[in-house]
Design a protein around this ligand. Structure first.
Ligand code: UTP
Length: 234
């Protein structure tokens, strides 16, 4: 079975506890796991940011504040894992080796953050390297990678395809602007570059976009790959 690593932003899965998308993602993960081996790395979203801000306001150092963020990613991951019931491996992977071992069960593997100083995008990229995964799926709140932040410049153009070098250029070139919520973290972009990983960036506010892309080949986000040959359906 082909292996897919999903980086599922906390702000997509749990915009708030009251209006979360966990049931929708549970159904979609079940659908795609019939065809692919699935590893899901869940982010912390607004809740992680609130905890980190509270820690900073008490002068708790950055790395320790990151540990709080990691705990929140694991709480979000646990909610998804338990919602999946028997379809998920019944433990949150806390290392890459765990994730690889859990995946050998054939169940969906769910995890959150691993080490301070990065985001769950980097975790997903490292895991994709470790697994030699066929695809990294970056599930985010925007429908692709743009030349500039489309919220600031409505004339920004969306890339349907980028090479890993082009991705690095956008992420590190500051073209999105300092402090902007970059589409993917630089550590993750470097991993994609050094291992020529294939990634797609997809709008996860409409979860059905994911099976549409993976199973039906219907996709209008951004593909990051070394060449332009057709990637979807896998
Ligand atoms: P996220 O990956 O959720 O960051 O991790 P994010 O960019 O806010 O992503 P969204 O909003 O979910 O899409 C939340 C925080 O947890 C810590 C960092 O502080 C990060 O900002 N973290 C996460 C780590 O330190 N290491 C990790 O491996 C993962």
């Amino acid at each position: 079975m082909k292996k897919i690593v999903l980086s599922l932003g906390g702000s997509i899965l749990v915009p708030s506890l009251e209006s979360n998308r966990i049931a929708q993602y549970r159904d979609i993960l079940r659908e795609i796991s019939a065809k692919y081996r699935i590893y899901v790395v869940v982010g912390g979203g607004g809740e992680a940011r609130r905890y980190i801000n509270a820690a900073r306001s008490m002068d708790i150092d950055e790395a320790t504040s990151d540990e709080l963020g990691i705990l929140i990613t694991r709480i979000n991951a646990s909610l998804l894992m338990w919602a999946l019931g028997e379809d998920a491996y019944p433990d949150i992977a806390e290392s890459y080796t765990d994730a690889i071992k859990f995946g050998n069960s054939g169940k969906i593997v769910v995890m959150g953050g691993i080490t301070p100083g990065q985001t769950t995008d980097a975790v997903a990229a490292v895991l994709a390297e470790r697994l030699n995964a066929d695809l990294l799926l970056n599930i985010t709140a925007i429908d692709g990678i743009y030349s500039e932040d489309p919220k600031k410049n409505p004339a920004a153009t969306k890339f349907s395809h980028l090479t890993p070098d082009g991705l690095i250029d956008i992420v590190s070139g500051g073209r999105m602007g300092a402090g902007a919520n970059n589409i993917i973290d630089l550590v993750a972009a470097k991993m994609i570059q050094r291992s020529s990983l294939s990634m797609i960036v997809i709008d996860g506010t409409k979860p059905e976009n994911i099976p549409d892309a993976l199973i039906r080949g219907k996709f209008d986000g951004t593909v990051v790959s070394d060449d332009k040959k057709q990637l979807l359906p896998l």
